[in-house]
Design a protein. Structure first.
Length: 337
């Protein structure tokens, strides 16, 4: 409740404190698991995750499910899972805030010596999370799961590959290609990431910007076991825009370059118009076509430039409002009434 009030009045969320028994017990691994309308597959996911982690009894585990305003009965399934598994906590949002905010809330509530972020649709295989843990034990501070293959449509594979490579060229930080939010962070990296409180969030870019000793694990991404994708084209484009505007000023620089190019073309057009007027006065009416093309071109360029600038201004407007990132309606635990 105290953390919720702090978030509502925009007081920074305090760093999570280590467990009291951390010195005596095994290391704690926290799983941050965003959920949005996954009623058909969430129980199977938890069973597979529990079976997988049972093969590594040298660690303690906690499973933090963040219900991102699901409207399909997912919360009821999560309540039942928490009732039967003392390792489970369910953070229930007051409404839908989006995947990136759900990850943020899970990180805010995680207490582990390592934190693993993964989706609950079984496209991220739980078995791969053990490979992330192995890399952490070997000394890595951040371990990213990089997709070697993915079971998606050809269009989505092509656009995702193109976007990640374009972003890497444009961004001011080195964002790994073909990696999503499936990764492990050690305690120090997780605490640093909690300090990033901007609203337009692109977490994979934030993680890349922190530095630390990073490692990649290759894996084959599976198909969804149930339900539909929660990232339709509209949300994918919004996330892509957040990635570009959050970690690159290239669009603004491109506006400047287009301005110089347009200025050069305009000077050529002026020279052409003056030449016609002076040396070919009988055909000056034919310049009407060029005039219309120039006006439409310049008008379109101006509107595009205003749109790019507006995207950056919109981010500033959103940040200065100082509203909370999310509001938690309830935190459900095994021992709760």
């Amino acid at each position: 409740m105290a953390d919720t009030m702090r978030q509502q009045v925009r007081i920074p969320v305090p760093q999570q404190q280590p467990r009291n028994d951390a010195a005596d017990g095994p290391p704690l691994v926290s799983y941050v698991l965003p959920v949005y309308n996954e009623v058909d597959g969430i129980r199977r996911f938890h069973e597979e995750l529990s079976t997988t982690t049972a093969t590594r009894p040298e660690f303690d585990y906690e499973f933090i499910y963040v219900n991102d305003g699901s409207a399909d009965g997912s919360l009821g399934v999560l309540r039942d899972i928490a009732k039967n598994d003392p390792r489970v906590r369910v953070v229930d949002f007051a409404r839908n805030y989006g995947h990136q905010i759900a990850i943020t809330a899970g990180l805010d509530h995680a207490r582990g010596d390592a934190v693993i972020v993964m989706d609950t649709d079984l496209q991220d295989p739980p078995q791969v999370s053990l490979e992330l843990i192995d890399a952490w034990v070997a000394g890595a501070e951040i371990v990213s799961a990089r997709r070697r293959t993915r079971q998606d449509t050809r269009f989505k594979r092509a656009t995702a590959a193109g976007y990640y490579r374009l972003l890497r060229r444009c961004a001011e930080v080195d964002i790994p290609v073909d990696t999503g939010d499936f990764r492990l962070l050690n305690r120090r990296a997780a605490e640093e990431l909690r300090g990033f409180r901007e609203r337009s969030r692109f977490i994979r870019g934030m993680v890349a910007s922190m530095g630390f000793k990073q490692h990649e694990v290759l894996f084959d991404r599976d198909e969804r076991v149930a339900g539909e994708t929660k990232y339709p084209m509209r949300k994918m484009l919004r996330l892509a825009a957040d990635g570009v505007t959050g970690f690159s000023t290239v669009p603004l620089k491109m506006i400047t370059r287009m301005g110089f190019i347009t200025l050069g073309l305009a000077l050529l057009g002026i020279m052409y118009a003056v030449t016609l007027r002076l040396f070919f006065p009988a055909v000056t009416v034919s310049g009407w076509t060029m005039l219309m093309v120039a006006m439409l071109f310049l008008g379109g360029l101006q509107m595009l430039s205003l749109g790019v600038i507006g995207s950056y201004v919109g981010r500033i407007y959103s940040e200065v409002q100082q509203r909370p990132l999310y509001i938690v309606q309830d935190v459900i635990r095994h021992d709760a009434d």
